[in-house]
Design a protein around this ligand. Structure first.
Ligand code: GSH
Ligand code: FE2
Length: 308
């Protein structure tokens, strides 16, 4: 992983902090069914916006989708008069379906994800025994981000960082002084993401997290999930680098790699798989599209028996 990318992100954030009027505006939407926080971030000067980690509601018993959560994003974007230029995924989520294709129809924006999604497609393509019609080249997305790639949101400087560990393809998107870090760190009192999904790696996760924690301490961090830590009554999805370095129960300053890996591996062995892992993975590796309909016009979600 390149340290130049982090140095560039740090310099950009420091510049942003000197000019607070150029700080992005962030509105988050929390889905209590999957504990997912989606974010809409925009440049107040130009109204260019990105939607990050949207949720398509899915009822597992009936196999039915609906757009209640995604509609809240559409309503907000329209009320604010925003111009959506990106639909970003921090990773191929294993716990909720992405609403990106539907949101693209409603609002526009290019669909972007980390370049290593091809590795995730390879792993899950095998697990779900997908046919040759399932391309494992990331072509379901409009843009594949590389580590250290710079881009703009209106006047705001942005940089994409590869932060693997939870999955091989996780990205963090630094937009002005705000970093959307997906499933790496959670709130300081809850800790970190699991690293036991196929292709996950606790050691890699530790290194990605330590890399994120070299961003300036004031950097605003926006998380993808919150499960409420014991003793906390409300959901929360925003913190700072400084707060994580001081208080994160799994990786505060001073916790070394071996201690983290031992803790994460032990904890992961106790966790059930997410309720929606089967539909989520099959849909999200296809850029949020359902598997190809069969000859009766219906799409089916598979369940591999005794495999995961
Ligand atoms: N009960 C939740 C669990 C979801 C889950 O496993 N979340 C992942 C992120 S996709 C995680 O990292 N959890 C960390 C942990 O609980 O330690 C569900 O069924 O959706
Ligand atoms: Fe996740």
């Amino acid at each position: 992983m390149s340290d130049t990318a982090i140095t560039t992100a740090t310099a950009q954030i420091l510049m942003m902090l000197r000019h607070p009027q150029t700080r992005p505006v962030v509105q988050s939407f929390f889905d209590p069914a999957t504990f997912t926080a989606s974010h809409v971030v925009h440049d107040p000067a130009t109204k260019e916006a990105a939607v990050i980690d949207s949720v398509l509601d899915y009822d597992a018993a009936s196999g039915r989708t609906n757009y209640t959560s995604a509609q809240q994003i559409v309503d907000y974007v329209k009320a604010q008069g925003l111009n959506v230029v990106w639909q970003l995924e921090t990773h191929a989520h294993a716990d909720h379906l992405s609403a990106a294709p539907w949101l693209q129809e409603q609002l526009g924006g290019k669909l972007g994800i980390g370049a290593d999604i091809v590795r995730v497609q390879e792993v899950f393509g095998k697990i779900f025994n997908a046919g040759t019609e399932f391309a494992r080249d990331g072509s379901q997305f409009n843009h594949l981000f590389k580590d250290g790639e710079q881009f703009k949101l209106g006047n705001l400087d942005c940089i994409a960082l590869h932060v693997p560990g939870h999955t091989p393809a996780d990205m963090a998107f630094v937009i002005g002084d705000a970093a959307f870090i997906g499933d790496t760190l959670f709130m300081p009192d809850y800790g970190t993401a699991r690293a036991d999904f196929p292709g996950g790696d606790a050691r890699m996760l530790y290194r990605s997290i330590r890399r994120l924690l070299t961003l300036p301490p004031q950097t605003r961090l926006f998380l993808c999930h919150d499960y409420k830590a014991p003793g906390r009554d409300t959901f929360a999805w925003e913190t700072t680098v400084g707060a994580e370095r001081e208080h994160n129960i799994h990786v505060h300053d001073g916790v070394d790699e071996e201690a983290f890996v031992a803790m994460r591996t032990t904890r992961d062995a106790t966790l059930d798989l997410p309720n929606l892992i089967m539909p989520s993975v099959q849909v999200n590796i296809r850029g949020g599209h359902m598997p190809e309909p069969e000859d009766n016009g219906v799409s089916y979600i598979k369940i591999p028996v005794n495999r995961l």
